[in-house]
Write a protein that binds this ligand. Sequence first.
Ligand code: FMN
Length: 196
Amino acid sequence: MQEKQTPTKYEIHPLLKGRWSPRAFSQKAITETEIKTLLEAGRWAPSSNNLQPWRIIWGLKGSDTYQRIFDCLVDFNQDWVEDTPALMLGAYKKDMKDGEKENFHALHDLGLFMGNVCVQATSMGIAVHQMAGLDQDKAKEEFEFPDNYHVATATAIGYYGGNPDTLPEDLQDEETKIMRERKPQREFAFNGNFKN
Ligand SMILES: Cc1cc2nc3c(=O)[nH]c(=O)nc-3n(C[C@H](O)[C@H](O)[C@H](O)COP(=O)(O)O)c2cc1C
């Protein structure tokens, strides 16, 4: 498996530390049970008012649904997603009750759902690579979402252990770069007023 280093300042759980988003996946297939296990982890995420606004479309490689999700991705993502064993779309319901108040926390809750999916996946040796790069309106139409839904993301899913050489050349460096990077806490967390 591609070696990655995550230089944490405080020790965190190995499942959080070990996760990263590959673009090359092992060719080992993902099963329906594995997808349903990931979705079960998401299902138990917290959400505002327990509204569970997330809606998921998923397909395994070779299926019609997989191809229809793939066709919604932007070219940049299609170039590396090509051989990924499973694909998902993440959508959310925009209103609290039908036609009523907007649910301002729906995207937040879809993020929590995906956070659970990521942790569960890592525990199973499965990698999850989320994507904003898709035609969201096309996906909404293609999968017949009603107007009060928004398709936010797509996700590529497969086992870790892919061969970086199979990627387009411009993506190979990032795939093989060992050191992962994050902003230091002082740039985003304040024990007091916001600081720019
Ligand atoms: C909401 C979201 C959208 C993203 N969109 C894309 C995308 O369209 N294409 C892509 O290659 N990676 C995408 N990524 C992956 C991020 O670039 C990646 O998570 C980030 O660089 C941190 O790397 P890591 O996940 O390996 O820690 C996205 C990630 C998230 C959470």
